[in-house]
Design a protein around this ligand. Structure first.
Ligand SMILES: [Zn+2]
Length: 87
C-alpha cells in the first residue's frame, strides 16, 4: 500500500514519500546534501576558473582541450551523480 503523496508516481519526490525506514531516509538526505554542496562548489570553482584562471585543468575541460575537470572537480561530480541516484 503506497504512502500518500502529492507527487507524480514517476518522480523522485514520490519515491522519497514512499520511504518508511528513517535510517534509509537519513542516508538519502545526507547523499542529497553532499550533492547539493558539491554542485555549489563546482559552480564557484568554474566561475573562478573563468574569471581568474584559477584552475587550468577545468578551463581546458571547458574549451575541449581536456576530457574532464581537475581531480577536485571529478570528486564533486561523483557526489553530484550519487545524489541523483539516491532514491
Ligand atoms: Zn578545477
Amino acid at each position: 500500500m503506497p504512502r500518500p503523496s502529492v507527487h507524480n508516481p514517476i518522480t523522485k519526490s514520490y519515491a522519497i514519500d514512499q520511504i518508511e525506514d528513517i535510517e534509509q531516509l537519513r542516508k538519502v538526505a545526507h547523499r542529497m546534501w553532499e550533492a547539493f554542496l558539491a554542485s555549489h562548489a563546482q559552480s564557484a570553482h568554474l566561475i573562478n576558473a573563468l574569471l581568474d584562471g584559477q584552475c587550468e585543468k577545468c578551463l581546458d575541460a571547458m574549451t575541449g582541450d581536456r576530457e574532464t575537470g581537475c581531480a577536485e572537480w571529478q570528486e564533486w561530480q561523483r557526489k553530484v551523480s550519487d545524489g541523483f541516484g539516491s532514491v
